[in-house]
Design a protein around this ligand. Structure first.
Ligand code: HEC
Length: 145
């Protein structure tokens, strides 16, 4: 009887650890998406500052990649991913509608930036600045800074 209970306890602990690891994989995935956002923003910023030549195709693609990833980003916050190696704030779970709206605002701004790239660096720069503001707004409310 004692042994059985001991085995059950071990199975429970192993099971719980397995879940914790799966949750961290989801957390790592959403962090990876944000790293890609950061890299796309960096490349765009470097082009706007003249550190690398402005390329309308690359600028549009960078903005499109931000639009695409933010369209799904809010789906990577299931219950159980509040804790772990994450900077996600508890407001994500207490205010899911606001979080989804913040994500959507970035999608809209990124699509506008992607469209503006064809009009040249000035138009892209203005749209990119508006896009950056939407990143900051979400981080302000939904990320531990
Ligand atoms: C809807 C909210 C939201 C939007 C919009 C958003 N972010 Fe984030 N971002 C987060 C959250 C939440 C985290 C923390 C994720 C975690 O640790 O689990 C994060 C983390 C990051 C990180 C750190 C990733 C790491 O762990 O190394 C970078 C870089 C980043 N975001 C860049 C951006 C950029 C650039 C944009 C806009 C193009 C953007 N984010 C838009 C919510 C958002």
């Amino acid at each position: 009887m004692k042994l059985k209970m001991g085995l059950a306890a071990i199975a429970f602990v192993v099971g719980a650890t397995g879940f914790a690891m799966a949750n961290q994989d989801i957390i790592d995935l959403r962090k990876q998406i944000m790293k890609t956002n950061g890299q796309a923003a960096k490349v765009s910023g470097m082009m706007l500052q003249g550190q690398i030549p402005f390329d309308a195709t690359v600028a549009a693609a960078a903005a499109s990649s931000i639009a695409g990833s933010n369209a799904v980003f809010a789906d990577f916050f299931p219950e159980g991913t509040e804790t772990g190696d994450t900077k996600a704030r508890d407001t994500i779970w207490s205010d899911p509608e606001g979080f989804a709206a913040a994500s959507q605002a970035t999608v809209v701004a990124a699509e506008a930036a992607a469209a503006a790239a064809a009009d040249g660096p000035e138009a892209f720069g203005a749209a990119f600045q508006a896009l950056g503001a939407t990143c900051g707004a979400c981080h302000e409310d939904y990320r531990v800074n």
